[in-house]
Each structure stands twice: as C-alpha cells, then as structure tokens.
Write a protein that binds this ligand. Structure first.
Ligand code: SF4
Length: 293
C-alpha cells in the first residue's frame, strides 16, 4: 500500500492546533524525510480565542520539527488576512470581535449560522495559498486531519468539497488512525494531559483536555463543557459574555453565557456534566467541527 502521508504538491496542510492535525503533520514530515517540498504549505489560522496552550503547541511543533508553519489571521479588506507569529498573534479575540462587528450578529450552531469557521479559518488560509503559490481552491489538494473514527465529518467534508470544486484528502482515515492512536502518540501512558506522571513520548504535548481546544467557548461544545470551563477558569467567559451583551444575542439557542455564569455561581461545587458530554475533541480548521452535526 502506498504511504498515505506521502503527498504530492501543490498541497495545503491545514493545522488546527490540535493533537490530531499535529500527529498528521508529523507523519507527513516523516514520509518526506523531514522536509516538505516548496509547493506544500502548512497553515494555522488563529481566531484570537485559541488557548495560549494551543499557540505554544503550534509554535513548538514548528520549532522542534523544523517545519515552516504559516500563522494567519482574518482581516477585513482586500487581502483578507494578515501573517502573524507566535509573538504577534492576537490573544484577546480581536479577529473574531472584528468579524462580529462587521456582521452585527453572532455565529451559532444552527445551519447557515456557523460562518466563523469560514471567515476565521477557511478564507485566510485560502488567501495565503493565493499569495504563496498563486493558486485558487481546487488547484491544490487540501490535506485535512480527520481521523477514521470521525466518519461523519469525513463524508460531510467530501460532499462539501465536491460541491465547491475543491480537492481534499484525509490521510489519517486512509491509515486507519483513531483517537486512541493519537492520544498514545502524544501522551503515552499518561491519562490526563494536565497531570503528567510518565515521560511524554514526543517530549511535549498540547497540555489541554479535548474539550478545551480551539475557541475556548465555541458554541459547538455544549452546555456541560461551557459550565465546566466557567468553574475551572472563572473569568475566561468574559469575552464571550461581552459579545452577547454588545450585540444583544446569544451564541447558543437556549441559553446565554451570563445565564450559565449564574447557574455555576448557584452550584459552584456541583460537577453535573455527564462524562460523555466532555468527550468533545473536534478540531476546527478547514472544516467546521459541527459540519457533521
Ligand atoms: S472553534 Fe467554534 S467558534 Fe471558533 S471558529 Fe471554529 S466553529 Fe467558530
């Protein structure tokens, strides 16, 4: 069987900043003897609401593995994006906030309302490809880190790409890689990434639990995760609450962030989330985590 990680350019590797796409990037690098050809571009789009751990992880992958990862952020205007770095990346939600101000509404999980991925992730990365290789979507292969156990997302992504005339491939699916494989690669014998008791196989890790990745209070995460984060990191919800108050809307159809803050304040010790609700680990990149929902 051909090595699924051996990729022909021109290609775009979408790096979400999570363990799965980092695992994919590492394998692609191995298949290419540690060095990618010039016509294979690796890109990470920062929304401004990524956790600091995510930014550090992306930076470490690039530095430790000797691979150029292009950091981009959405900007309103002709170019549609700006190149940034670990040091200059937005950390207070600026790209997301400017997008909300432009739209004068909030994204949410309803069909047709999940436009933040399109603006904050997809468009800046495509604009980067235009600048780097003078190519349009469809002229190159999009390499996306969807695992074999994310079958629904794969089907949805393929259908969407076919409709848009884009070409996508999912090497982790071809290789049969599932979530436990990725966790073993990064965590080894450790169970909780925030309680490291054994050596980390790669010498570093994201350091976040699955439900903490990408935009911290993403509307796809569900009530249990939002409440847990309010309990674990009081004040971290402030940016999201401010957006709701400023626009006069909510990210979630059935509740607002301030309402959940009140609920947590009423039961500060009560962890009432079913364990399976915390299993969320979808990575947001060229495909929205809720595309399969
Ligand atoms: S992680 Fe969620 S809130 Fe952030 S861009 Fe993706 S879909 Fe939107």
């Amino acid at each position: 069987m051909m090595n699924p990680y051996l990729i022909s350019g021109p290609a775009l590797i979408s790096f979400s900043g999570g363990r799965t796409s980092a695992y994919m990037l590492w394998n692609i690098l191995q298949a290419h003897d540690g060095e990618l050809p010039d016509d294979i571009v690796v890109a990470f789009a920062n929304t401004g609401k990524e956790r600091e751990e995510t930014l550090r992880f992306v930076h470490e992958c690039g530095a430790r593995w000797g691979v150029r990862i292009h950091w981009v952020e959405w900007r309103r205007g002709r170019d549609g994006y700006e190149s940034v770095s670990f040091n200059s990346a937005s950390r207070d939600g600026e790209p997301f906030e400017h997008l909300i101000a432009m739209k004068q509404r909030l994204p949410n999980g309803m069909p047709g309302q999940r436009w933040c991925t399109e603006y904050l992730k997809v468009r800046p990365i495509f604009a980067l490809m235009r600048d780097q290789l003078a190519l349009e979507p469809g002229d190159y292969e999009e390499i996306i880190g969807i695992r074999a156990d994310e079958w629904d997302r794969r089907i949805e992504g393929l259908a969407r790409a076919a409709k848009d005339g884009r070409s996508v491939s999912h090497p982790l699916c071809t290789a049969g890689i599932r979530k436990p494989d990725v966790l073993r690669f990064w965590l080894g014998d450790n169970v909780d990434p925030q309680e490291i008791r054994h050596p980390l196989p790669q010498g570093f890790d994201l350091g976040l639990r699955g439900y903490e990745g990408n935009c911290d209070y993403c509307f796809n995460k569900g009530k249990a995760i939002i409440k847990r984060q309010i309990r674990e990191r009081p004040g971290s919800e402030a940016w999201w609450a401010m957006q709701e108050i400023g626009i006069g809307g909510t990210f979630h159809a059935r509740y607002s962030i301030p309402q959940l803050v009140d609920q947590v304040a009423a039961t500060p010790e009560l962890f009432d989330e079913p364990a399976e609700d915390l299993e969320y680990d979808a990575e947001c990149g060229l495909i929205c985590p809720s595309e399969a929902a």
